[in-house]
Design a binder for this molecule. Sequence first.
Ligand code: ADP
Ligand code: MG
Length: 200
Amino acid sequence: MAALDLARLITAAADTIAAHAEELTTLDQAIGDGDHGLNMKRGFEAVRADTVAFSTKSLPEALKAIGTKLVMTVGGASGPLFGTLFLALGKEISAEPDRANLTAAFGKAIEAVAARGKSQVGQKTMLDVLQPVHEALAEGKTAAEIADMADRAADATVPMKALRGRASFLGDRSIGHMDAGGRSVALLVRTIGETLEGQP
Ligand code: ADP
Ligand code: MG
């Protein structure tokens, strides 16, 4: 893996969330309460505000601190879940991870999200994007391939019926719309991959 520039990663992630906040809100308006874009933007702007503090920590400590910040600031159902993802990743990852360690740590982080959300793949949540990303990591795919996989996985939530979160209250009416949290994951995965590879 390329040398980690955490400050660049944080900036890129916060920029992407800010640029797509309206889109995320529109997705959540269709089958939720329309706050997902605002929630994510609030959380990632709070992370951005502490960039210096995070980027001077080791990778595991930085990820744990970012997770804690996201839990405190994102709110909604997704805040504790995205927070758990980063917290658990920080607990499992090494200071200078290779692909095998990253893959294992990401797998554990997904398990932590599923436990926290009492959810599993196939229920039209962020897990439906996280899981294929984990598989692509395990298969040794490139960052661009993983990002494309994440986009396809987010698209694949459209025909699903929501069984967790607010969208599940709609039953069959949740069918035909993309899961907002899944879209957020796909956006973050592409941004992180491109930043790690030093691409524009
Ligand atoms: P809220 O639903 O409280 O308004 P957000 O709108 O910020 O929170 O986030 C909604 C997203 O959170 C959903 O699109 C879905 O991806 C994710 N989500 C909600 N509940 C769960 C759950 N139990 N397990 C996994 N993901 C969930
Ligand atoms: Mg919402």
